[in-house]
Design a protein around this ligand. Structure first.
Ligand code: NAD
Ligand code: LMR
Length: 339
């Protein structure tokens, strides 16, 4: 009797501490947009989330009211276009996802979005510094290679920069790389998890097929690499002026947020490629780089180096590093000139 009561008590405590650890508030800034809506939906479906805060300059109240009817436990609140509202949205958030900003139209590069999105992301970073200085910040807004350094510079200027808590979301590249190889090889995409390193635009996206035991050659390899690097363009073209990837991006953003929540809630060995403040190429003046990163309760736990790669992958990496350096410098310069 004593033994069973003890076991019951232990189970109760375990259940309690598990649910206590699952009390995570997640904020989505730009939550009424093409990505923001399905991303908010997926966060509402995630049992690790206890509170979902949706902020946008327009439409957040409607999205929150709609999603709020879904019969999962989390509380959903919409916040709209006001400093105080943004502050309330951010307060207590463990994860802040940022898909705010304009998407591409056909013929544009991600860098063409810089002029509009740089100031949107800068201003949101200032609000985060004020209201959620300890949050994990997940930047989706393009161009990621520049918007992540912008957030870092703002946080530095406020004296609260924690490089372990800032992430550029590059998960969509991993998702595409895995899907595209499964189409090529007729494998189950669920079994594929291709590492993608570098950054998030064109030639800065470097898939490392060899690390998953694949050895495509010649045109097959070139076509594959091109498709991963320019997968975003396929969607922009197909949407024909109506924007870029939103649904697959929402899935990718939700996957990354889920990985962070798992790691924060005690799961070990959670690894995702992501664009972070990284030591790997700092000696070449490149402060941010996406590689496999182990996540933990403090955010970045361990940054893995690139590992063994083929000469062809090294060629791709060399091109990537050159582009990346300029993209990062552009973000840093923007904050210096427009603090
Ligand atoms: P969208 O135009 O559909 O939605 C953007 C939302 O941001 C809108 O609802 C808009 O009102 C809101 N917004 C604008 N300024 C804001 C501000 N200051 N504060 C809060 N909200 C604000 O665009 P989308 O298709 O959702 O794309 C959003 C961004 O994500 C784009 O920059 C796009 O390039 C990028 N993106 C990144 C990836 C990636 O892999 N990292 C993938 C797809 C798209
Ligand atoms: C993507 O990779 O789909 C996004 O970065 C959006 C874009 O502009 O292509």
């Amino acid at each position: 009797m004593m033994a069973s009561r003890h076991i019951f008590g232990t189970l109760q405590r375990r259940a309690f501490s598990a649910s206590a650890r699952q009390a995570s508030k997640v904020a989505v800034l730009g939550g009424a947009g093409g990505i923001g809506q399905p991303l908010s939906l997926l966060m509402k479906l995630n049992p690790r989330v206890s509170e979902l805060a949706v902020y946008d300059i327009k439409g957040a109240a409607g999205v929150a009211a709609d999603i709020g009817h879904i019969n999962t436990k989390s509380v959903v609140t919409g916040y709209q276009n006001d400093e105080k509202e943004l502050d309330a949205c951010l307060k207590g958030s463990e994860i802040v996802l940022i898909p705010a900003g304009v998407p591409r139209k056909p013929g544009m590069t991600r860098d063409d979005l810089f002029n509009t999105n740089a100031s949107i992301v800068r201003d949101l970073a200032k609000a985060i510094a004020e209201s959620a200085p300890d949050a994990n910040i997940l930047v989706i807004s393009n161009p990621v290679n520049s918007t992540v350094p912008i957030v870092a510079e703002i946080l530095k200027s406020k004296g609260i920069y924690n490089p372990k808590r800032l992430f550029g979301v590059t998960t969509l590249d991993v998702v595409r790389a895995s899907r595209f190889i499964s189409q090529h090889k007729s494998t189950d995409p669920a079994d594929e998890n291709i590492t993608v390193i570098g950054g998030h635009s064109g030639a800065t996206i470097v898939p490392l097929l060899s690390q998953s035991g694949y050895s495509l050659e010649g045109k097959d390899l070139d076509d594959y690499v091109y498709r991963v690097q320019f997968g975003g363009d396929e969607v922009v073209k197909a949407k024909d002026g109506a924007g870029s990837a939103t649904l697959s991006m929402a899935m990718a953003g939700a996957r990354f947020a889920e990985s962070l929540l798992k790691a924060a809630q005690g799961q070990k060995g959670v690894v995702e490629p992501t664009f972070v403040d990284s030591p790997l190429y700092k000696d070449q003046g490149i402060d941010f780089f996406a590689s496999r990163v182990e996540l933990g309760p403090s955010g970045v736990e361990k940054i893995h180096d690139v590992g063994k790669i083929t000469p062809k992958e090294q060629e791709l990496l060399d091109v990537c590093l050159k582009d990346l350096k300029g993209n990062i410098a552009k973000g840093v310069k923007f904050v210096k000139e427009n603090p």
